[in-house]
Design a protein around this ligand. Structure first.
Ligand code: 5GP
Ligand code: ZN
Length: 116
């Protein structure tokens, strides 16, 4: 179900433009508007879940589809050899700002320690 005030639901609906790099029936991958690495792609489920905890418990198969899309994009972007980071900011302590589940796919350069 789409949530009208949600930024990523609006991107999924095509109401806000985004640079889409991969789409499946259930997921969408698009470039982050403020990239933190040479490759910075966000991978979302088209269905609205607030965060990865809600998604993982509510629809584990869909969570798997999100991971499969992230892995496919990592391949498309040439990240599989050198490696990459895939992360879900979750809740306040996790630094989550957009409450529609999204994986950050980061790569293209050494990323350093995770909490630096
Ligand atoms: P969070 O902190 O919730 O894990 O990350 C939200 C991400 O969404 C940030 O990296 C931010 O740059 C990105 N973002 C925010 N607004 C937009 C937008 O309108 N379009 C795109 N493509 N990315 C956005
Ligand atoms: Zn949403």
């Amino acid at each position: 179900m789409s949530t009208p005030d949600c930024l990523f639901c609006r991107i999924v609906a095509g109401e806000i433009p985004a640079t889409v790099v991969r789409e499946t029936p259930t997921t969408l991958a698009f470039r982050d508007i403020d990239p933190k690495a040479p490759v910075h792609v966000l991978v979302v489920t088209k269905e609205h879940y607030a965060d990865v905890a809600t998604l993982g418990q509510g629809d584990p198969a869909l969570a798997g589809e999100l991971l499969a899309t992230a892995a496919a994009v990592a391949g498309d972007e040439g990240l599989l050899g050198d490696g990459f980071r895939l992360m879900f900011n979750t809740g306040g302590y996790g630094g989550q700002e957009v409450f529609h589940v999204h994986a950050h796919l980061l790569g293209g350069a050494p990323l350093g320690p995770m909490l630096a």
